[in-house]
Design a protein around this ligand. Sequence first.
Ligand code: NAP
Length: 545
Amino acid sequence: MPDTHPPQPHLDALIIGAGFAGMYQLIQLRDRLGLTTRLLEAASGVGGTWFWNRYPGARCDSESHSYCYGFSKELLEEWEWSERYPEQPEILRYLNHVADRFDLRRSISFNTAVTACAYNAADNRWHISTAGGQSFTCTWLITAVGCLSSANLPAIPGLDSFKGEWYHTGQWPHEGVDFTGKTVAQIGTGSTGIQAAPVIAAQAAHLTIFQRTANYSVPAHNAPLTRDFKDWVKHNHPEIRAVMKSTPNGHPFRIAERKVADVSPEEREALYEEAWAKGGLQFRATFQDLLVNKAANATAADFLKRKIRGIVKNPETAAVLSDIDHPYAAKRPPIDTHYFDTFNRDNVALVDLRKAPIERITETGIKTADTEYQADIIVFATGFDAMTGPLFRLNLTGRDGMRLQDAWSAGPETWLGLAVPGFPNLFTITGPGSPSVLCNMPVCIEQHVDWITACIDHARANQIATIETTPEAAIAWSDTVDAAAHATLLPEAGHSWYLGANVPGKPRRFMPYAGGMAQYRDICDTVVARGYEGFVMAPDPAHAS
Ligand code: NAP
């Protein structure tokens, strides 16, 4: 077939993905550095995660006043959030507002899925192909594809034979799903499943929740924001952002300095009650040592398990829900709106997959080892092929045709989560090895985008044609990432997606950097101060003396 697409002029920079990360990177490269820049996006609109994750109850677990860009004072001051935790439609409205306000759409190609990205040493360019048959070349390639954008649909036999409807929460239909009068099966009780279940249960005739691993959850206590709070936010952005910048996880609250052993059991209980009443991810901040000391963590775990047993009326159901096998917050801790109360409804049942695993999907439902459950609709709240999955989908090949999948066959190897040896002039926003998913995402994104922008600016100012990290730097960073994880209790949840354990065959390596955002920022700044330590910079031959 003849190529009907006119050749595209060579670009200085090409960005993949129009979520929080890609949009800010576009502003920085196009408007601040003045580079010819194009952003390719598979979806028909901006939003990334918030474009795709439209499942019932989808809401951000970061508080709204911190889940937004901080780079523009005007943007911060003009946007007003309506609730403590922003709902998916409101975040999508915000990101559309940003796209309009900064005139981004003219530089974005929507409905343009990237199918391959190949580095060619002969012309020192990246060659990009799309599903629609377009091709682009660029000097700088920046992936902004998110960490949780590649849906994990478990290979349960029989799905093809299922006569009902089924959906993955990360690919939810835009027109929504009507559960009225339906019998629904939901597989998965992670952050997504815990948000979705109460909303589905309120509409469906019956909901069966299939739980493999029991999970902690703390109430979100979501509510409309008061005028006073909105005004406080409006007048205190610098202070709020200073806190976010200084804390390990980029949230607008500080972690308490006290340790569990510093207080009496009665005081401890009162502090947990107070944190429970306040709600949200802040529960983790009650004591400084919750994520590093097993005995300390056990006190929080015990408190939360007692809460479950206090809420859920059926003792057998309560026992299955509170039979949690990992330390609190070793997996990403969900927050919820009436999740455990949902099990007190007459139309909700819990299935313990530890007792009887799913064997297959039938024409009419789900068959476990001991029972067959009927379902009109199956909801897969089964998570993502996190961090590496979205990058692998791009079919990246670096020097000498090296595929990223092969380079990372034993797990991801990056320098700072930003760059990969053998893949020159490629930057991976919130890539594996960066704090990313352990933090409030917009904070990590802005730090990465600012760092990448400064690096490209430096290269251009110094007639540098290629920037490439070294295998030694990447190996050393993997050790650092590993050590940071093992200084915490995070690896104790052996089934967590942080380790890649949720995807069969995926190498087990703790992927995000657990040393905290503030420390990570310092490391990145030091790398620059030392003349881009860990990178080799080759001059543009046209300017070589
Ligand atoms: P997840 O945490 O990976 O949870 C997936 C759930 O599906 C788990 O309960 C898992 O059980 C279960 N599952 C997977 N495969 C299964 C199978 N074959 N059979 C039975 N059960 C199976 O995924 P998620 O809930 O979508 O959350 C992923 C991440 O997205 C979160 O950790 C969070 O970082 C982010 N997120 C954020 C928000 C927010 O801020 N609003 C909301 C949702 C998600 P096992 O635990 O046994 O593997």
